[in-house]
Ligand binder design. Structure first.
Ligand code: ATP
Ligand code: MG
Length: 633
């Protein structure tokens, strides 16, 4: 970086200090929260198990709610909730406090205590964050299960976590229809003997079967609830929640996060990446069923006393203007979404955002997958008005919050589209080879973290051996994120995708992302996924599946052109064996392309665990497209 960049120097000074004396650095960050008992020790590290802020006591609900009551934030908006059909609910910090206390009282009255697990299988309604905070208030552990999951996915998670209570709703609302939830909860609970009570929140209007003695309406239970339940301090190491990963690469893992480390990390990273404070109106479009929704809709922004926007519906319902209308309506200052969503909007043109005044926006963010430069530029121009920094936040369910990202809250730094950025303070990230040795800058390798950080997972629920195996065995002493990356001469890290998404073609190691970026560089392509299939000559041959922009028709010529675009941007050795034009790609419900499904289709292998698949039809679609072309080989 040229020397005339004082911002870089500011950032570097913070970063250097954070790695040279992590204990002092994190102790200082921790002091930004309220502790009812300060910790005796910042970190107790017996690899690979970390205990952060040992001896300290705090309460996550107090941090997100109660502590604002003694300030002018008391009567400012904590949550703007917008229903799909335009209903709204507004909770100030004072009313949030009342609702959370009453919900905590409901749980206590059902016998829920510290350490008990409560499963929340709920649509995107305010009761969901209210119940998460209510659990935290009494030291119960929440496990949120995305409401579009099947009964069996819910049953697995409830059984594994031995939840005593399941909270659900009669129904959710999606694309103008009520989607029943309670029947799925019933089916799951029938296979989960740990469950003693089912609480049902009324969201829809349909009749619901209630089982005597087990089920109760939330509204009825609230009648005898008390609104002065105190937030009980818990040990910093007490689990705050268990959350399952997206299942992009295999069976989802039950990630356990501890209260102290997670809260310190969520709080600090939200200030660094989003420059968040009490004046921010923050909108994260993720469902709370994912870690993004936990940290970016609840614990991060509320711990800062920011205003959070929460939206229930689909992005394109009733039309593609819905999100931009919400930004205008609430004067959103920071907006956080996924590359998948951006590509979807890009596919349908820029007239929708153009209809709205988006000038309240100050910072944009993306998460979930690498963002291709085309989508980055579209986001920058059509949403950010070329005025807003874009933070491309790389993190995982396991990491609690952002690890690699821009940090406008520390110092504005040059942005590189498609490159996540520099590791954040305290994050000792490196890119290593198969032996765990750092590779030279500019070379690809596996992304690892060399030092513990407060937001790190505590373990995999009830399976410390799997925790050790999954994250710490590939490179002893290093946390392996299993993503593939390259670091540049400025110390910025470009994430290339999962480590298992590397193709080895004629002696070259290519990330699927590089090939996909080559495909998306063609004006007709909205989205693409590349996978390798065994090939006698090349080792692996490349097969590409592509979704077209509106207004383009599939044709052999177009397939050829897309191949050409890949050769041009990656190299002729990366010319695909075949390009399949499809209407949809198989994605997880969190919006990530499931390349392993494509690989299985293309390699004629079993498809494996697809419990988190978004769209069943997409699998048939890619099978058909593949079969059709296979005839021609
Ligand atoms: P599973 O671990 O069960 O396979 P998953 O990894 O998709 O599922 P998450 O924890 O939700 O579950 O996702 C984390 C992953 O998402 C990261 O490891 C990375 O591959 C990808 N990711 C997240 N943010 C970014 C980003 N900004 N750039 C590139 N990749 C990202
Ligand atoms: Mg993962």
């Amino acid at each position: 970086m040229p020397e005339e960049m004082p911002d870089r120097a500011t950032f570097d000074a913070v970063y250097r200090r954070s790695l040279e004396d992590p204990d002092a650095f994190w102790a200082e960050e921790a002091r930004k929260l309220d502790w009812s008992r300060p910790s005796d020790q910042v970190l107790d590290w017996s690899p690979p198990f970390a205990k952060w802020f040992v001896g300290g006591e705090l309460n996550a609900c107090h941090l997100c709610v109660d502590r604002h009551l003694a300030t002018p934030r008391k009567n400012k908006v904590a949550i703007y909730w917008e229903g799909e059909t335009g209903e709204t609910r507004v909770l100030s910090y004072a009313t949030l406090h009342r609702e959370v206390s009453r919900a905590a009282s409901v749980l206590l009255n059902l016998g829920v205590g510290k350490g008990d697990v409560v499963a929340l299988y709920m649509p995107m309604i305010p009761e969901l964050p209210v119940l998460m905070l209510a659990c935290a208030r009494i030291g119960a552990i929440h496990t949120v299960v995305f409401s579009a999951f099947s009964a069996s996915a819910l049953a697995d998670r409830v059984r594994e976590t031995e939840a005593r209570v399941v909270v659900t709703a009669d129904a959710g609302v999606r694309r103008g229809k009520q989607v029943p939830l309670k029947p799925k909860a019933d089916e799951a609970v029938a296979h989960a003997p740990s469950v003693e009570h089912v609480i049902v929140v009324r969201r829809g209007t349909a009749d619901v079967a209630m089982q005597d003695g087990r089920d109760a309406w939330f509204a009825d239970l609230l009648e005898s609830a008390d609104d002065s339940v105190p937030a009980v301090p818990v040990e910093a190491t007490h689990p705050l929640f268990i959350l399952y990963t997206s299942g992009t690469t295999g069976k989802p893992k039950g990630i356990v996060h501890a209260t102290g480390g997670y809260m310190v990390y969520a709080h600090s990273t939200f200030q660094w990446a989003f420059d968040l404070d009490e004046n921010s109106v923050y909108w994260c479009t993720a469902d709370i069923g994912w870690v993004t929704g936990h940290t970016a809709l609840v614990y991060g922004p509320l711990s800062h006393g920011a205003t959070v926007v929460m939206y229930e519906g689909a992005p394109d319902y009733p039309d593609l203007g819905r999100w931009w209308e919400i930004i205008e309506k609430y004067g959103v200052t920071a907006f956080y979404t996924s590359p998948t969503a951006i590509r979807m909007f890009m596919q349908h043109g820029d007239e929708w955002p153009a209809k709205r005044d988006l000038t309240s926006l100050q910072i944009l963010g993306t998460v979930g997958e690498p963002i291709n430069p085309e989508a980055w530029h579209w986001y920058n121009r059509h949403i950010g008005g070329e005025r807003c920094p874009i933070v491309d936040t790389w993190w995982q369910t396991e990491t609690g919050s952002f690890m690699i990202s821009g940090a406008p809250g520390i110092a504005p730094m040059p942005q590189k589209p498609g490159v996540a950025g520099h590791p954040l303070p305290g994050v000792d990230a490196a890119v290593v080879d198969e032996n765990g040795k750092p590779v030279p800058d500019g070379e690809k390798g596996v992304l690892v973290i060399r030092k513990p950080w407060p937001g790190m997972l505590q373990t995999i629920h009830k399976d410390p051996d799997r925790y050790q195996m999954a994250y710490w065995s590939r490179f002893p002493g290093l946390f392996s994120a299993d993503d593939y990356a390259v670091r540049d001469e400025d110390g910025y890290i470009r994430v290339l995708g999962r480590a298992d998404e590397v193709l080895k073609v004629a002696g070259h190691r290519i990330g699927s992302l590089e090939i996909e970026n080559g495909a998306v560089a063609h004006e007709a392509v909205a989205e693409a996924a590349a996978v390798g299939v065994p090939d006698a000559v090349k080792g692996e041959a490349i097969v590409v599946f592509a979704v077209l922009m509106d207004g383009y028709e599939p044709s052999d010529e177009l397939g050829e052109e897309i191949s050409g675009s890949i050769s041009l941007s990656v190299g002729v050795f990366a010319r695909p064996k075949s390009v399949h034009l499809v209407r949809a790609l198989p994605k997880t419900r969190s919006g990530k392309i499931m390349r392993r499904v494509l690989r299985a289709v293309a390699g004629d292998e079993p498809i494996g665990d697809v419990s988190t698949l978004e769209n069943e039809a997409s699998v048939e679609e890619v099978k058909r497209a593949y079969e059709a072309l296979k005839q021609e080989f």
